[in-house]
Design a protein around this ligand. Sequence first.
Ligand SMILES: Nc1nc2c(c(=O)[nH]1)N[C@@H](CN(C=O)c1ccc(C(=O)N[C@@H](CCC(=O)O)C(=O)O)cc1)CN2
Length: 301
Amino acid sequence: MTAQILDGKATAAAIKSELAERVSALTAQGVTPGLGTVLVGQDPGSVSYVGGKHRDCAEVGIASIREDLPETASQADVEAAVDRLNADPACTGYIVQLPLPKGIDTNAVLERIDPAKDADGLHPTNLGRLVLRVSEEITSPLPCTPAGIVELVQRHGIDLAGKDVVVLGRGTTVGRSIGLLLTRKDINATVTLTHTGTRDVAAHLRNADVVVAAAGVPGFVTPEHVKPGAVVLDVGVSRVLDPETGKARLRGDVDPAVADVASWISPNPGGVGPMTRAMLLANVVDTAERAAAAATTVGGV
Ligand SMILES: Nc1nc2c(c(=O)[nH]1)N[C@@H](CN(C=O)c1ccc(C(=O)N[C@@H](CCC(=O)O)C(=O)O)cc1)CN2
């Protein structure tokens, strides 16, 4: 069996063209959505992701606001950048690029974000709404990678209802939040969240209909781990040195040979990453539409 490809690049391109139309409609009403980013330090991955986010914004007509701080920024400096974006009317939604440098209290920074401008869905209020809304359509922003995974799978015609999903990794941006999303009644999957304390990860993986690999361990998931016909999403990214070229290259959590066993597989790069970026844009547009609707209501219509 050779797995079919869950093409994140093409799916993200389709979503971006849908969003460009919604941005045009907002602009016609006099509302220009604006994405703000807070980047602390010069970690090459973070610099590249933030650059990509602003290029995506330009593609769909969203304005960009950047707060770039040095590696030496203090907690107060980072919180002051958050306060500026909270107060800036041109910024309709924003993110704080993670991870933050050591010594910065990430949770304190995330809690300071205005939940109405939280484009990553990582403010405790928005994560709390994800916990509370088991059966209804969520109107608060969802974390981008989990939302991107669901959109990628659904747009390829795969139904997750009743499926046993095994997630590798319990990080906030993927592992912990995807469990909440996939068990919502409209998606209806059963989720096992595995992590470094799980006794027999391989046994869980072998029973999974769907694997979401977000462990950050290159090549962790091998063909022996995967049930024939399973759907495999490769989320983890590691930069490893290529012995042939001597250059760093990206490697996912999934051994490429898994494509011989799975029914569907997301490439990495080109799978979940572009969907994460597309869902960020969707959150910014949703947030701007909600703010525009609220302004109309306040205006007495
Ligand atoms: N505030 C946040 N920080 C981080 C998040 C997040 O959702 N919010 N997720 C990741 C990084 N990330 C977005 O910020 C991200 C990761 C990967 C990609 C992507 O498009 N990857 C490409 C490959 C890119 C390359 O060549 O380097 C791909 O998979 O095709 C986009 C965004 C951690 N931090």
